[in-house]
Design a binder for this molecule. Structure first.
Ligand SMILES: [Fe+2]
Length: 170
């Protein structure tokens, strides 16, 4: 799978999960567990596989990549704040949810406008497919909560790449 598509799929999933977290009728504990796992795994896959590849391309501003990693760290801090905020729906929990959602929404928007557009223009289709495979494998090994989609993506992207190894965790 094209790494840009893989990341965009995650971004849309983050938005769905935030919608569930805001809703009093939502499965908030389950949504928070999935969001935590996905955020950490997503950031790890980007920082280990995607950002280094983009950084090597001379056309891309390194500051954008550094900034993306800084925003991941900020998102993780906001996530910790929410995990420590007690019961869903309390005033402090709502406040921490707003902080996290603001931080992540800002990051997704910026990453889509800068890094992902750069990746589309500077990396070949084949390279994006290789990175998608590596990123899906990294993500699958970083998370036990969201294995099915990532493993499926990893399997699909490995077909047609003769040198691609299957994920050990798949
Ligand atoms: Fe990111």
């Amino acid at each position: 799978m094209d790494v840009v598509e893989l990341i965009l799929t995650d971004h849309r999933r983050f938005e769905d999960l935030f919608r569930d977290l805001r809703s009093a009728d939502g499965e908030r504990h389950a949504a928070l567990a999935e969001l935590s796992a996905l955020l950490v795994a997503h950031a790890e896959a980007e920082e280990l596989e995607v950002y280094p590849a983009i950084r090597r391309s001379s056309e891309v501003d390194d500051d954008e990549v550094d900034h993306g990693a800084e925003e991941h760290a900020e998102g993780h801090e906001a996530l910790l704040g929410l995990l420590e905020a007690g019961e869903p729906g309390s005033a402090s929990w709502d406040e921490k949810l707003e902080e996290l959602s603001g931080s992540i929404t800002h990051h997704l928007d910026e990453e889509e406008r800068t890094i992902l557009n750069d990746a589309r223009h500077t990396l070949t289709e084949e390279r994006r497919a290789e990175l998608g495979h590596s990123a899906a494998c990294t993500r699958a090994s970083a998370s036990l909560v969201i294995p099915s989609a990532t493993r499926a993506a990893a399997r699909v992207s490995s077909t047609g790449l003769s040198h691609a190894m299957p994920c050990n965790s798949a």
